[in-house]
Design a protein around this ligand. Structure first.
Ligand SMILES: Cc1ncc(C[n+]2csc(CCOP(=O)(O)OP(=O)(O)O)c2C)c(N)n1
Ligand SMILES: [Mg+2]
Length: 376
């Protein structure tokens, strides 16, 4: 089954076949700013990891259009069930970058008080559900939440909020992918499944993962449309998601969107892609950089000047410098917080563990043979 590739910008060897979405100049520039800010965050966070200032990081370099363009098609009441490679969604929804850094540092301003790995953001106020390390987990969570949203909307006699979930090409091999899409299809849940196909699942190439020609083709089996879009074209990604959102709100059920993109960096700060991937392929994809393409498009429409672009980039760098300084000034959470809000009340086991730890701390006992390395 072949699925055509949707594009708007029509460069990088892809013909334009979708009308330009009707977005205001302000909104277009906001998308551009958030894409640049996300790139700067990734760049600086990877350096922080290399300097030993944070323990781990997952860069999204090259995938900014894919996640930011899709999220831009949502309303603020819609729910996001993200993957670990989607920080731009939080930034687009207005979360200050320092809040993401607090989480990466695991300091006392981190909502999860250092209990989660870095980049596992959990941002209740923007309906950004905690990132899960086990791949595919978020797919079933989104399908279930969307089913609940449908019930709620019927009861309240209004159109439903939608749930959107993000996962990679490799995640289509997980049980949760099949379970989530099956349920959403059967119950016509207002759910949008975004498969960010970056060609790799750590060191496993796409063809080692699936015999399907496209990820979008997989939608057929679950009775929903499968859309394939140029994932480095922010306008095409937006247009495809807008249509899926409208279908979902109209009670027509879920959509699977495959965004065809590429991971320019390593899988994570623990990965060395030169061990399994020809760097020449990266050069080809750098020529399709989503930020450069959007910049050229905006310049061509006279919506962005060189001076404005320089000001946006300078502002983003400044924002990161200030955020890093602020996050590093906040100390670690108190050790006692480990035992708080684990359950509704303190259990006898937690009391006993805290008493044991307090005793060890008083006696000056420290862990030996461990230097804080991150093993993955
Ligand atoms: C259930 C499960 N199996 C294996 C892993 C280890 N693992 C972490 S990321 C990853 C690859 C995922 O690839 P993909 O879904 O394509 O997402 P990408 O990292 O490329 O964005 C794997 C196998 C895991 N986290 N969870
Ligand atoms: Mg992948």
């Amino acid at each position: 089954m072949s699925v055509p590739l949707i594009s708007v910008m029509g460069d990088a060897g892809v013909a334009s076949n979708t009308p330009t979405p009707a977005l205001s100049k302000e909104r277009l520039l906001e998308l551009y700013r958030v894409m640049v800010l996300t790139r700067v965050l990734d760049d600086r966070a990877m350096k922080l990891q290399r300097q030993g200032r944070i323990g781990f990081y997952v860069p999204a370099i090259g995938q900014e259009a894919s996640h930011i363009g899709t999220a831009a098609a949502l309303e603020k009441d819609d729910w996001v069930f993200p993957s670990y490679r989607d920080p731009g969604i939080a930034l687009l929804r207005g979360v200050p970058v320092v809040e993401l850094l607090h989480q990466c540092y695991g300091n006392s301003a981190d909502h999860t008080l250092g209990r989660q790995m870095p980049v596992h953001y959990s941002l209740k106020k923007i309906r950004f559900v905690s990132i899960s390390s086990p791949i595919g987990t978020q797919i079933v969570q989104a399908a279930g939440a969307a089913m609940a949203m449908k019930v709620e909307a019927v009861r309240e006699k209004r159109a439903p909020h939608v749930a959107i979930t993000y996962f990679g090409d490799g995640s289509t091999s997980s049980n949760d992918f099949h379970t989530g899409l099956n349920f959403a299809g059967v119950f016509a849940a207002p759910c949008i499944f975004v498969c960010e196909n970056n060609g790799w699942a750590i060191s496993v190439p796409l063809e080692g993962q699936t015999a399907s020609a496209t990820m979008a083709a997989k939608a057929e089996a679950y009775g929903m449309p499968g859309i394939r879009v140029d994932g480095n074209d922010v306008l095409a990604v937006y247009a495809a998601t807008r249509e899926a959102v409208e279908r979902a709100r109209a009670g027509k059920g879920p959509t699977l969107i495959e965004t065809v993109t590429f991971r320019i960096g390593g899988h994570s700060s623990s990965d060395d892609p030169s061990r399994y991937r020809d760097p020449k392929v990266c050069e080809v994809w750098k020529g399709r950089d989503p930020i450069d393409r959007f910049k050229r498009w905006l310049e061509g429409k006279k919506l962005l000047s060189a001076a404005q672009d320089a000001a946006i980039r300078e502002q983003c760098e400044k924002e990161l410098t200030q955020a890093i300084d602020a996050a590093e000034k906040v100390g670690p959470p108190a050790v006692s917080t480990m035992f708080e809000d684990v359950f509704a009340g303190r259990t006898a086991q937690l009391d006993a563990q805290w008493a044991e730890l307090k005793d060890a701390l008083q006696r000056g006992v420290v862990a030996k043979g461990h230097h804080g390395e991150f093993p993955l």
